[in-house]
Design a binder for this molecule. Structure first.
Ligand SMILES: [Zn+2]
Ligand SMILES: [Zn+2]
Length: 282
């Protein structure tokens, strides 16, 4: 059995390049979860473009070129850093492919199709989503529902605390679990009960660690959390490992090295996510 996550983008808010962020990477949120043959994608930040290029490259090599690509793409929400890669994902431009896009944070009456249509609209963007040749399905749900994208895969969801709303996810497959919780703000001293319920006993918790506890006071109300709160939540819920994620663009590689040492002490086996890292939980 294969159950793994590959990080294609780990940065929050805005992509960043240059030598200070080269080792952990500067692409914004994008994850590829593999449940054996099945591909589940989470968020569509700038990292998604690199996944698309890899999938195209593998056509006719590790995968027959005639075989359609099929995947579910779950969005935490639709802030720029989580959707910026969508128009640049090459598999969307092949008519044989099929994708289902999911969002659970939209207010009543708003649809994902409409949000993306307004995002990819002149004069902000030259072409609309209708340019995609793949079969695209847009699905809304209410955060809190459980989704079943394929036999044997359960995707539980919960509402996060973020401006405009966001959805947290937990994927259960083959007796293991990966949780993805970004963008969310904590209330100091009052652990988020929705999150505690979702991550109970999980193998891996990927968590919004935009700030440190020391920085947090300056960013109350901005919709983000800290790696230390991630540790506290994992401990309280009996989750095994934390992946520090959604790094502040101002946090350079040396600072993230420091956080990696700290988090390993606090919750052994935990990691600081970086572009290209693969973590298997099977
Ligand atoms: Zn974000
Ligand atoms: Zn956001």
């Amino acid at each position: 059995m294969t159950f793994s996550v590959r990080f294609w983008g780990v940065r929050g808010s805005i992509a960043c390049s240059g030598p200070r962020t080269a080792r952990y990477g500067g692409n914004t949120s994008s994850l590829e979860v593999r449940c054996d043959e099945r591909m589940l994608l989470f968020d569509a930040g700038t990292g998604l473009r690199y996944l698309g290029n890899e999938l195209i490259k593998n056509e006719g090599v590790s995968r027959p070129a005639s075989l359609p690509l099929e995947a579910d793409l779950f969005l935490t929400h639709t802030h720029f850093d989580h959707v910026a890669g969508l128009p640049f994902f090459k598999p969307f431009f092949k008519s044989q492919n099929r994708f289902r896009l999911w969002a659970g944070h939209l207010v009543e009456g708003m649809t994902l199709r409409r949000v993306l249509g307004e995002f990819m609209m002149s004069p902000l963007f030259p072409v609309p989503p209708q340019i995609f040749r793949a079969r695209m399905e847009y699905r809304e749900f209410k955060a809190g529902e459980t989704l079943r994208p394929a036999e044997g895969i359960a995707v539980r969801t919960t509402l996060l605390n973020h401006p405009d709303g966001a959805t947290g996810y937990r994927v259960d497959y083959g007796g293991h679990s990966i949780c993805y919780l970004t963008d969310t703000e904590h209330v100091p001293g009052a652990p988020d009960r929705n999150i505690l319920g979702l991550i109970a006993g999980a193998d891996l918790v990927i968590y919004d660690s935009m700030y440190t506890d020391a920085e947090y006071d300056a960013y109350v109300g901005w919709g983000h959390s800290t790696w230390q709160e991630g540790v506290r939540l994992c401990r309280a819920a009996g989750a095994k490992r934390l992946a520090v994620f959604h790094h502040d663009p101002e946090h350079d590689d040396d600072m993230l090295d420091g956080i990696a040492r700290e988090v390993e002490k606090e919750l052994p086996g935990s990691i600081v996510a970086r572009d290209g890292l693969v973590v298997a939980v099977d």
